[in-house]
Design a protein around this ligand. Sequence first.
Ligand SMILES: [Zn+2]
Length: 92
Amino acid sequence: MAFPCPLCGAVSRVRTSRMLSATTKETYYNCSNHDCCHQYKTTEGDPLTVARPIPGGQAIPERQQRTLKGLKTPPVPALTRTPEGVVHRVGR
Ligand SMILES: [Zn+2]
């Protein structure tokens, strides 16, 4: 995946990435401009629902929902099940 260098605008390439939590990823980049050589990182996270994946969101069995082992803090869920139905955290 490419990302523009914040200093010179050249394409940067992913050097490595790691999951900080179930919903947060840290990505390290190297700028491809040899006159710049900027190395930086970005943080991707805080997922918000932009389109509901399944009507009501209740069709995914709990055993098929993805989890990451070894997490010390639980992730912020993108959806919450209530007796009235599913509540999505919706982004703008
Ligand atoms: Zn650069």
